[in-house]
Design a protein around this ligand. Structure first.
Ligand SMILES: Cc1ncc(COP(=O)(O)OP(=O)(O)O)c(N)n1
Ligand SMILES: Cc1ncsc1CCOP(=O)(O)O
Length: 209
């Protein structure tokens, strides 16, 4: 997949659950993709090594079938080895310049900016393809995540890269996140805990139409 234009980082940005059962992980992700998730991030804090590689590789094949980019959380080497579509980097996950040199110009690099516009300015200057802010709301997935002020989104939009919002986003509050200026909403709990994941993904995405 060639580099996605900024417009591709728009809509529901689904992040995988911490699922150790690979067959179940694939079933869940298939429902989200069928529901219209526009980006999938492989993030699994409960597996590592060979199992992480296997899960990511299987998800990449599925994402290719749906023409949806697969971003790998934290691990530039894994993204490079699999020829995935990009990587998402937190503040402790290595620098953007090194990731760009490993992955090349065509891949997507996203950067966590927490509640810090300065980090977003720096990330954009270094060539990040999107900046992410959060947590927007209390998150039971990551209870200690710092809270982000959504008024940052409008300022971050001036950097010319898509703004991704994360943390505690549900169908009840997602419209406020979109109105604050988010180009995409990254969701874990409110997607995978839904009774009908495909319908839930579809409803999140409709907020962008
Ligand atoms: C889209 C998106 N935004 C933020 C994060 C959080 O990244 P990070 O700060 O590296 O924390 P962990 O995901 O490693 O817990 C993300 N993964 N994706
Ligand atoms: C990874 C991450 N970074 C900030 S909040 C968060 C968790 C998002 O999960 P949820 O959508 O369940 O709050």
């Amino acid at each position: 997949m060639t580099k996605n234009s900024p417009v591709a980082i728009r809509g529901l940005y689904a992040i995988t659950p911490d699922e150790t059962d690979t067959a179940r992980l694939l079933d869940l992700c298939k429902m989200a993709l069928a529901g219209g998730a526009t980006v999938l991030q492989y993030r699994n804090k409960r597996v590592s090594g060979e199992q992480a590689r296997e899960q990511a590789q299987a998800l990449l094949a599925m994402c290719r079938a749906y023409r949806v980019p697969l971003i790998i959380n934290d691990d530039v080497e894994l993204a490079a080895k699999l020829d995935a579509d990009g990587v998402h980097l937190g503040i402790d996950d290595g620098d953007i310049t090194a990731a760009r040199s490993t992955l090349g110009a065509s891949k997507i690099i996203g950067a966590s900016c927490y509640n810090n516009l300065g980090l977003a300015q720096q990330a954009a200057r270094l060539g990040a393809d999107y900046v992410a802010f959060g947590a927007c709301f209390p998150s039971s997935t990551k209870p200690h995540a710092p809270r982000a002020d959504m008024t940052l989104f409008q300022q971050a939009r001036e950097l010319g890269v898509p703004v991704v919002a994360i943390g505690g986003i549900t169908l009840d509050n997602a419209a406020s996140v979109v109105s604050a200026g988010a180009d995409a909403i990254a969701v874990i709990g409110a997607l995978w805990n839904a009774a009908d994941i495909k319908a839930q993904a579809n409803q999140f995405n409709q907020l962008f139409s």
